[in-house]
Ligand binder design. Sequence first.
Ligand code: HEC
Length: 163
Amino acid sequence: MYSIVRTLSSAMTIMPRRKSPVNLVLFVALLLVAAGSAVYAYFHPGPWIVPEAAKHVVNPLKASQADLSGTHKLYLDKCAECHGDTGKGDGPQGRMYDPLPKDLTDAAHMNSVSDGELFYKISEGHRPMPAFRKRLTEEQRWQLVLFLRSLSNSSSSVPAATK
Ligand code: HEC
């Protein structure tokens, strides 16, 4: 946004001094369109595209062996404000968003999403959801994947190769 304004204002200074009012009107109109589309893009991020390869990444942790003792607390600390204490997407902040966070306890939905996809989404985020790649270790993110599985009792579906 700032860079658009900067580019436009430097374009203005190289414009001839005496510009006709028509040019000015056009310039202002263009400025409004640019600002409007930047604001629109901010509030309407495009669809959340997960690279095919990321969907096939397998969780290195096994549910039976992983130590998830701290993971519930981590979830309450970092995710529940939006996703809700139980994962239903009814956290106090989550309710403000469009799209709403999905119901992570919905087994039908969760069965359609692979472990790799959950891991990718937690790592990369998608506005308004923040990216956790730098805030959490890889192990913590895989532990969260296992924790989310436990909320819905779903299993890690591996997506069909052709899709
Ligand atoms: C600021 C609010 C916010 C926080 C904090 C947040 N999320 Fe999200 N999350 C969302 C929203 C909104 C979506 C839906 C985004 C979309 O569909 O474009 C989402 C989507 C997801 C999805 C994808 C679900 C699906 O099947 O499509 C997963 C998985 C997820 N979040 C996990 C987490 C985890 C784990 C944390 C904590 C480490 C977390 N989120 C923190 C808001 C948040």
